[in-house]
Design a protein around this ligand. Structure first.
Ligand code: NAD
Ligand SMILES: O=C(O)C(=O)C[C@@H](O)[C@H](O)[C@H](O)COP(=O)(O)O
Ligand code: ZN
Length: 362
């Protein structure tokens, strides 16, 4: 696999994607400047990957300080953010230390925010272990924790120094979490790359069988697209907003249902269908294209409807706090067919009622 780079001047960094990459001492050690490495992980991931990593770092002359959090989306909160910072202060971690995020998007987002804030910013490296984090969250520097009033409401743009992706690490990932990652994979096809969307349609079985070669190609294409978008618009003043397809509705589902009940990718899948349905209502997408999206999401057993308990009034309360709101106006990412999308700011409440009061069935 070719190495992919995020090109942001002095904040540029490499993304290495390779089966067995977690044991590539050369790449990892070259990205760590100081002698101390704070490894942030969780109780599910640490037993799977921590020991060999500790050994590798020790052989490279590094001292590791592991901090292991409980598992789950509900842990991506300010309390754990403070807890990790306190542990680092107690351990007298200095500014030349490096934070290493070992886990999925929850660990990656929280660790990145810790690294951004600890003594005003120290290095961090992403070692993503879920499909979702390998195709999306480890790249691009969005770091955050959730607030009961909204997803990722407290955070910073803070780029990692390197991203190390080992597709082999997905062999232990539960099917539900693999599927959740596919929601973000399919997103890239809808917003940016019709050929990639068609490739996904043609390779469903190979993807489901977790063929390492197919997964590596798929992960690399997602990272390439994400890097291209982030290179153009690091802080989401323009094109980067397209990566939010399905998230306006999805984040409302996650917050309303309670963080973790619907995992992020599931909420994004249902949100993507809602965005496509809105695009069909606005004649920007064909019904046949909506069905293609529904079939592809469905092939990975992803939800294609929102929760039955949620109606327009539940969504709207959350969506009014969305980070894309400008001067009180909600903005939505809507596809234009498959392979293109745009930001729309003239969606009327009546349209949302029509969409959301009729489509939540289960
Ligand atoms: N920063 C960004 O750009 C960005 C992009 C997309 C999503 N996100 C965020 O990412 C989070 C979702 O990430 P996620 O889907 O990785 O969830 P997650 O981090 O909760 O991981 C999912 C589950 O898989 C387990 N797990 C992780 N790796 C494993 C492995 N190799 N084998 C077995 N189990 C494993 C985890 O412990 C967890 O139970 C959300 O908070 C979302 O908001 C951020
Ligand atoms: O990187 C981005 O930009 C994204 O929007 C990627 C999303 O998949 C991701 O879930 C992101 O965290 C959502 O961003 P937010 O700004 O809406 O919290
Ligand atoms: Zn997302």
């Amino acid at each position: 696999m070719p190495n992919i780079r995020v090109d942001l001047g002095e904040r540029s960094y490499p993304i290495k994607i390779e089966a067995g990459a977690f044991l590539d001492a050369g790449f990892l050690l070259s990205a760590i400047k100081g002698n101390h490495v704070v490894i942030i992980s969780n109780e599910v991931v640490a037993p799977l990957f921590l020991d060999p990593l500790l050994k590798l770092l020790e052989q490279g002359g590094k001292t590791s300080i592991p901090i292991i959090l409980p598992d789950g989306e509900a842990q991506k909160n300010l309390q754990n953010f403070e807890l990790v910072l306190s542990r680092m202060l107690e351990a007298r971690i200095s500014r030349d230390a490096c934070v290493l995020a070992l886990g999925g998007g929850v660990i990656g987002d929280l660790s990145g925010f810790v690294a951004a804030c600890y003594q005003r910013g120290i290095d961090f490296i992403q070692m993503p272990t879920t499909l979702l984090s390998q195709v999306d969250s480890s790249v691009g520097g969005k770091t955050a924790v959730n607030h009961p009033l909204g997803k990722n409401m407290i955070g910073a743009f803070y780029q990692p120094k390197a991203v190390l992706i080992d597709p082999q690490s997905l062999s232990t990932l539960p099917d539900r979490e693999f599927a959740a990652g596919m929601a973000e994979v399919i997103k890239y096809g809808i917003i940016y790359d019709l050929a990639f969307f068609n490739w996904l349609e043609q390779n469903i079985e190979l993807i489901q069988s977790k063929s390492l070669q197919t997964l590596s190609i798929m992960i690399a294409r997602c990272c390439e697209i994400k890097a291209e978008v982030v290179n153009l618009d690091e802080k989401e003043h323009g094109i980067r907003a397209l990566l939010n397809l399905g998230h306006t509705f999805g984040h409302a589902i996650e917050a309303e249902m309670g963080y973790g009940k619907w995992v992020h990718g599931e909420a994004v899948a249902a949100g993507t269908m809602l965005a496509c349905e809105l695009a069909v209502m606005r004649k920007q997408m064909l019904v046949s294209e909506l069905r293609q999206v529904e079939q592809l999401l469905g092939a990975f057993s992803l939800p294609v409807k929102g929760p039955t308990s949620m109606q327009a009034k539940h969504y709207i309360g959350h969506m009014q706090r969305d980070k894309k709101v400008v001067s009180g106006t909600m903005r939505f990412i809507l596809p234009i067919g498959i392979g293109k999308a745009h930001v729309v700011s003239d969606v009327k409440d009546e349209e949302l009622h029509l969409l959301l009061d009729s489509t939540s069935v289960e």
